[in-house]
Design a protein around this ligand. Structure first.
Ligand SMILES: *Cc1c(COP(=O)(O)O)cnc(C)c1O
Length: 393
């Protein structure tokens, strides 16, 4: 039994109701099916299910009812036909690439990427004959010029981490499609509450559900959303190769989704207030946040995102020494590289997430020694400001 009439519901309602099922017991909260396998009524039923002639559950590497509910809910929230859940965000990217590409194919990707994504493209996929060209995502000509006859897929992360560079999803989707390639967008930073890449022309959206979809830093997870045709192919890879989402994690993520809209609005209003305040401080050289009017792509950001999101970064005067002083002085904000949590976090990209990038590349691309990234949580913003001031004065 499912909740009826989900077609015309608003996004906040879908986040709570979509995909919901109720068992014979009439439970009000979503049930957790913590089981690795399922039993069959007869040998004939088992045979029909294994052949795919009969729909049903056989083994949780293939599908599990709790995971199905998560997939259906997220698909509706992104406005896609179908979703496939994975164990982590990286597993989602890996599954997309293993499914849609083969040796000899070429990827064009934005260069400001989550570190493991860069590593996967540059050092793992390359072993299997898939080459990647990295471009400045803001430069549409750079995307066009990087295309080769064997380019099958464009990969984009927007806004980028940690400098919040914003790229034009609709324009890059047009470039991909004119070339007969697919556009995949990493929507982990915005979540469907703030940005819906499929509505802007992307073919697939992927998530690190570990971030805002859970929102509380509890579980790992990932997902890919898109057309029934593409997701069916990725599903066949996932059920065989095995990077499947655990039922308990799906259950935790479902409770995260219920408050996603509320959280993203508050993350964004807290981040905007903090960014505006940081801009007024004499010891702060520069603030990066898409919601600020001073952001070079503020207009584009506000066109394709509902709000600025929860992540900002800023440069303090005095280089690494001054930046580390801020990190070491905080007492409320957590010192951790994770993001997308109700708890604010702070990190020094040049010595953590980007430490393996050559120093001159870091300087050239804006990851300077004075740069700090804050994932703004849901605490009272006055307490976050006060905490940052401990090391800023
Ligand atoms: C964290 C993250 C990933 C990887 O997700 P995991 O769940 O850690 O595997 C991918 N993209 C972005 C933008 C991320 O922040």
């Amino acid at each position: 039994m499912s909740d009826p009439q989900q077609e015309n519901l608003h996004p906040e309602t879908l986040a709570i109701r979509a995909g919901r099922t109720v068992s014979e017991f009439g439970e009000h909260s979503q049930s957790l099916y913590l089981t690795s396998s399922f039993t069959f009524e007869t040998a004939a039923q088992a045979a029909a299910m294994f052949l795919g002639e009969l729909e049903g559950y056989t083994y949780s590497r293939f599908t599990n009812p709790t995971v199905t509910t998560f997939q259906q809910r997220l698909a509706q929230m992104e406005g896609g036909e179908r979703a496939i859940a994975t164990a982590t965000g990286m597993a989602a990217i890996q599954a997309i690439m293993m499914t849609l590409l083969q040796a000899g194919d070429h990827i064009v990707s934005s260069q400001s990427l989550f570190g493991s994504t860069t590593n996967l493209f540059a050092n793992q996929l390359s072993k299997f004959g898939v080459a990647t060209r990295f471009v400045d995502a803001r430069d549409l000509n750079a995307w066009r010029e990087a295309l080769q006859a064997n380019t099958k897929l464009l990969f984009l992360e927007t806004p980028s981490n940690p400098l919040t560079e914003v790229a034009d999803i609709a324009a890059i989707a047009d470039i991909a499609h004119a070339h007969g390639a697919l556009l995949v967008v990493d929507n982990s930073f915005c979540s469907p509450a703030l940005q819906q890449p499929l509505q802007l022309g992307a073919d697939l959206v992927m998530h690190s559900a570990t971030k805002y979809l859970d929102g509380h830093g509890r579980v790992m997870g990932g997902a890919v959303v898109g057309s029934d045709k593409l997701i069916e192919q990725i599903y066949l890879h996932v059920r065989t190769a095995g990077p499947s989402l655990a039922p308990f994690n799906a259950w935790t993520l479902l409770s995260g989704l219920e408050t996603l809209h509320l959280r993203m609005e508050k993350h964004s209003s807290n981040a905007l207030a903090l960014a505006q305040w940081l801009e007024t401080l004499p010891m702060v050289e520069r603030v990066y946040y898409p919601g600020l009017e001073s952001h070079p792509q503020h207009e584009l950001a506000m066109r394709q995102q509902k709000l600025g999101g929860g992540v900002l970064s800023f440069v303090v005067k005095g280089g690494r020494e001054a930046a580390w002083k801020v990190v070491d002085a905080v007492q409320v904000i957590s010192r951790t590289a994770n993001l997308g949590d109700v708890k604010s976090t702070i990190t020094h990209p040049a010595s953590t997430t980007h430490a393996r990038v050559a120093a001159e590349v870091r300087e050239r691309t804006g990851i300077v020694e004075g740069l700090l990234r804050v994932s703004v949580g849901l605490e009272n913003v006055a307490d976050i400001k006060h905490d940052l001031l401990r090391g800023l004065d």
